[in-house]
Design a protein around this ligand. Sequence first.
Ligand SMILES: Cc1cc2nc3c(=O)[nH]c(=O)nc-3n(C[C@H](O)[C@H](O)[C@H](O)COP(=O)(O)OP(=O)(O)OC[C@H]3O[C@@H](n4cnc5c(N)ncnc54)[C@H](O)[C@@H]3O)c2cc1C
Length: 428
Amino acid sequence: MPAFIGQSTQTLLPRGKAPRVLVVGGGWGGLTTAANLRKQAPGAEVVLIDRNPQFFSSPLSNMWLVGMVDGELLTQDYLRVSEQLGYRFVQAEVQAIDRAQRRVTTSLGTIDYDWLVLAPGIRYQYEAWFGNDRVAADAARTRFPCAYASNSEFLAIKRSLQDFKGGELVMNLPPPPQRCPPSPYERACLIAWYFKTNKIKGHITILDHKPAITPIGPGYRAAFDELYKNYITYVPNAHVQEVDPFNRRIRTRAGDQRFDHAILMAPHKAGDLAWLAGTVSDRSEGWADVDQVTMQVRGDERTFVIGDAIQAVSSLPFRYYPKSAHIANRLGRIVAYQISERLAGRAPERRLPDNLCYMVVNGTPGQALNVQFDYDFDPEGRVRQVQRDFNERTPALFQDDFRWLDFMFGEMFGGIAPPVRPNPAFRT
Ligand SMILES: Cc1cc2nc3c(=O)[nH]c(=O)nc-3n(C[C@H](O)[C@H](O)[C@H](O)COP(=O)(O)OP(=O)(O)OC[C@H]3O[C@@H](n4cnc5c(N)ncnc54)[C@H](O)[C@@H]3O)c2cc1C
């Protein structure tokens, strides 16, 4: 299938006879949707759009930051994947979505569709810290990026770690819901491991909005105390009140903190596309308003939103699915099934996702923790969550993390990705 790179025409893709499913956002949710649609709806035309030419995996990226994994193994070329799996890839920025006309406007032209799947990920809400002060927001984002919403920031963090000569490194966790809640603690452990291994006199302060580490709190607590006693200080209830990126200070409800370097994470909200498409009905909440089972936008049966961008799915206390790659993958499967059943004239059954996250806490030897979530319906029809934390750090869980990624990549990339393994120096 040809890609469309650098063309400029009014109608980008002429319509054929087949119904067209347009998947916008080639992250974990979008790639899974496209791959499964190709298999389950062979009569449909499947088009995937992303602004980037390549996918880069956030899962395992913390290991890449500290040199434990080769970045090439986490990177995949969209064009190659689309050719392998038999769908069309368009590299373009989506600029407008007209759900009434079923038309998407991109930087290269317009694309009409019959079914639309939005998998836009998240955006940062720097306004919560800086109001309308764009200069301060830009300074925080460019000098102290966190690489949670933008892949291009990963390289900046890696370089800043390589240049770090020692001193105080501050990391903050925003209020929930946030993308991948356990991964900032994983990042802190791996950076501390990197300091320790390379004899860098660095110290990490974790400023957490929450009252305690969660999930896998006891496992992380043990790693902080037993492996990184002189490297990590954990501060709970650290609600951010003021950030000064110029003088390197952060004021929280738990006290003031000066820093030499920081990984600053503004609160998370649904990605821009969810707002652009008019799917965010509660603007202060800031997530896409979808049916909690079908992922259809309320009042619009032809548009689905999946992945991190969706709102709460239950009135029970957990409220949100964890904003994880695993959940995005499962919701991608569910939506591909929903659309293919509808195209075949059948009524889809109700399906729920599951979630699984491995979090690495040590490099030598490689050791990881694990958290699992299962979902079903309670007698009142609400989505119910059962969470299981595996707090004992083990080499077996470390190995399982790589197996998990291989399995996911197998589904998303159709078997063209080589197995992901730690760099030989870190094999356990
Ligand atoms: C450091 C870190 C570690 C993590 N570790 C794990 C882990 O171990 N396990 C796990 O399950 N999860 C993990 N996650 C979370 C996981 O990465 C996210 O939950 C997942 O990426 C969500 O998938 P998504 O499809 O919703 O969004 P994304 O993967 O962010 O995809 C969104 C896509 O939309 C595209 N896009 C957005 N706007 C436009 C536009 N206007 N035009 C064109 N394209 C656009 C973007 O380029 C992007 O490719 C981690 C995240 C981070 C940051």
